[in-house]
Design a protein around this ligand. Structure first.
Ligand code: ACO
Length: 324
C-alpha cells in the first residue's frame, strides 16, 4: 500500500514589486482603500517572465533540494488559469526545461482551488504504486488577464508560483483527508480569458471581454460560507478537531474573508497563515507560496498537521488536511 509523502515546498515570485501607492498612479484608488478592503499592501508583477518561467524555477529548486535526478520525476502537474499558451500545457514546457524526461505532464484549470486539486490528483497517481515522484506546481501570471483600467480587479492580484514535491511512501502519509467540490451553476461569478468565435462564417461577431471579471460581493459571500464548511468537513473525515491543527493556510484573496471564516470557526485569527499583504491574490500559486514561506521560516515541523483551503472561479473549493 502506497501513500504520498510531501518532501518539500518551494516558491518563486518576480522581482518587480508594486505598492498600492504606485497603483494609485494608474487607476483611481488609494493605499487606504485597498489595504482596508483586502489587507493587500503590494504585489509582484512580471515584466518579462511567463507562467512557465516561474514554474520552471520552482521545479528545479524542488529537485535540487531533494537531491534527486530530474529523470526520477514521473509526474508534473501545473495548476494555472494563465498558461503561456492554450496548447501546449505549461506543465509540458516545465517538464522539458527541468529535464524530467520520464514524466507525464499536464495542466489543470481550477483557479484558486487549483493547487489543492492538483495535490489530490498527484496523490491518487502515487497511491496506485505505478509512479514514484510527483512535482505539483501552482503558477500564475494574472497580470496578463487583468484590465489595468478596471480598479475593482487590477488592485487585487499578483504573479508568482509555488509547488511541492511528493513521493510514494509505504510508511508515511502526508495527505490525511480532503474535500474537493464545485458549484458550476455559479460559474458566472468569476470569468476570464473568453475566446470569441469570429470565424468567417459567424454572422454576429462576438465582442466579449478577455479580461478577468468578478462579482466581488458574491465571491466574498461564497468564500466566507465555504471555508468553515469545508474545513469542518476535512476535520470530521480525519476524526480530528481544530486543536489538532497547527495552521490553516487559506487561499490568499482577502484578509476580511479570513476574519469572517475564523469567527465562524470560533478560532483565533492567529491559526491562519496570511501573507497576502506582500503578494496579493496569486490564484493557484497563493497556497504553495505560503507553504514555501512557512517552511523556509521554520513554521512547519515534521508531524505538524495543517489544513490548506482554496476557493475560487468555477465556482470551486478544496480543502486538504496535511501532515508535514
Ligand atoms: N479603489 C477605490 N475604490 C474602489 C476600488 C478601488 N480599487 N474598487 C472598487 N471601488 C469602489 C467601487 O466602485 C464602489 O464604489 P460605489 O459604492 O461608489 O459604487 C465601492 O468601492 C465599493 O465596492 P465594492 O465592490 O462593493 O467593495 P467591497 O467592499 O465588496 O470589496 C472586494 C470589493 C475587495 C473585491 C471584495 O468584494 C472581495 O474581496 N471579494 C472576494 C474576491 C475574492 O475572494 N476573489 C477570489 C477568487 S479570484 C479567482 O478565482 C481568480
Amino acid at each position: 500500500m502506497f501513500s504520498s509523502k510531501i518532501v518539500g515546498f518551494e516558491s518563486y515570485v518576480p522581482k518587480n514589486v508594486i505598492t498600492n501607492d504606485e497603483l494609485s498612479n494608474i487607476v483611481e484608488t488609494s493605499d487606504e482603500w485597498i489595504y482596508t478592503r483586502t489587507g493587500i499592501s503590494k504585489r509582484c508583477l512580471s515584466t518579462n517572465e511567463n507562467t512557465s518561467d516561474f514554474a520552471i524555477n520552482v521545479g528545479k529548486k524542488l529537485i535540487e533540494n531533494a537531491n534527486i535526478s530530474p529523470e526520477d520525476i514521473d509526474i508534473v502537474i501545473v495548476a494555472t488559469i494563465t498558461s503561456d499558451y492554450l496548447t501546449p500545457s505549461t506543465a509540458c514546457i516545465v517538464q522539458g526545461a527541468i529535464g524530467a524526461k520520464n514524466a507525464l505532464a499536464f495542466d489543470i484549470n481550477v483557479a484558486c482551488s487549483g493547487f489543492v486539486y492538483a495535490l489530490s490528483i498527484a496523490d491518487k497517481f502515487l497511491k496506485s504504486g505505478v509512479y514514484k515522484n510527483a512535482i505539483v506546481i501552482g503558477a500564475e501570471t494574472l497580470s496578463k488577464l487583468l484590465d489595468w483600467s478596471d480598479r475593482s480587479t487590477c488592485v487585487l492580484f499578483g504573479d508568482g508560483s509555488g509547488g511541492a514535491l511528493l513521493t510514494a511512501s509505504t510508511n508515511y502519509n502526508s495527505i490525511i483527508a480532503e474535500d474537493l467540490k464545485a458549484d458550476g451553476i455559479s460559474w458566472q461569478a468569476i470569468t476570464g480569458g473568453k475566446l470569441n468565435n469570429n470565424n468567417p462564417f459567424v454572422e454576429e461577431k462576438e465582442q466579449s471581454s478577455f479580461y478577468l471579471q468578478m462579482n466581488g460581493r458574491d465571491v466574498f459571500n461564497f468564500a466566507t460560507k465555504t471555508i468553515p464548511k469545508s474545513v469542518n468537513q476535512v476535520l470530521s473525515k480525519a476524526n480530528l478537531t481544530l486543536d489538532d491543527i497547527k495552521y490553516i493556510v487559506p487561499h490568499q484573496a482577502n484578509s476580511r474573508i479570513v476574519e469572517v471564516a475564523a469567527k465562524k470557526l470560533k478560532v483565533s485569527l492567529d491559526k491562519f497563515y496570511l501573507n497576502l499583504q506582500n503578494y496579493g491574490n496569486t490564484s493557484a500559486a497563493s497556497i504553495p507560496i505560503a507553504l514555501a514561506e512557512m517552511s523556509k521560516n521554520g513554521l512547519l515541523q515534521k508531524g505538524d498537521k495543517i489544513i490548506i483551503t482554496g476557493f475560487g472561479a468555477g465556482l470551486t473549493w478544496a480543502s486538504m488536511l496535511i501532515q508535514i
